[in-house]
Design a binder for this molecule. Sequence first.
Ligand code: SAM
Length: 227
Amino acid sequence: MFSSGSREKAVAEYYKLQATEYHHKYYSKDSESDILIKPEAELLQSTFRGLDVLEIACGTGFWTGIAANSANSVLGTDVNPSMIAEAKTRLFHLPNVSFSVSDAYDLQNVPEGFTGAFAVLFWCHIPRQRIREFLTLLHRKLAPGAPVVFIDQLEDSDSQTHCTDLCGNRIAQRRACGEEFSIIKNVPDKEQLFEHLNHFAENIQYKVYSGGYWSVSCVTREHCSIL
Ligand SMILES: C[S@@+](CC[C@H](N)C(=O)[O-])C[C@H]1O[C@@H](n2cnc3c(N)ncnc32)[C@H](O)[C@@H]1O
């Protein structure tokens, strides 16, 4: 039986091994103009116009660049230095983008006072039992009234093979560089998202997109009443 901490490490390790091929594998050259991601891209750009934005788990920076089109600044953070290195190579030309290696479960070295935040394809990897802790930490880095957006996937193509652990997390089997990983791959429903976010934020809005993604957007409360 894995502890919850091992699961988070497995997620981080799985992506660490994929840093050099991740962008090429998931984002085609034309992705930024791709009709499938248009509504999600528009959501980020309209939400974060003129704001100073913290991005959690930025990976190779695909969504960082999209948000930076309208934001005043974006700080992309990721636990894997290899992902941050890829993102820096891709986005070195954007003066309003910077990066920091940081674990979403401690956010050390991340300053406070951001006026917006988002994460794409990260909520699915958060153990259910750590969502409160994650949201509480994130809240500390944000100004009151800051818009926050999470975007993630609906069902995986192999979700029928996932199993469930004792905490109710869905576990998927993945391979990278010849190694096997058991990683958390949750798909929260609207009610679960509202329940988690209600203490952290208000004006919560949930959407499902035809490309197989969901988004939730909200605005931070002055005080986070989670813990
Ligand atoms: C599915 S990828 C998403 C990357 C990017 N947001 C995107 O949509 O292309 C998940 C990302 O989460 C990062 N990650 C995993 N565990 C993390 C943690 N504890 N803190 C911060 N980032 C983490 C991985 O390195 C990887 O870049």
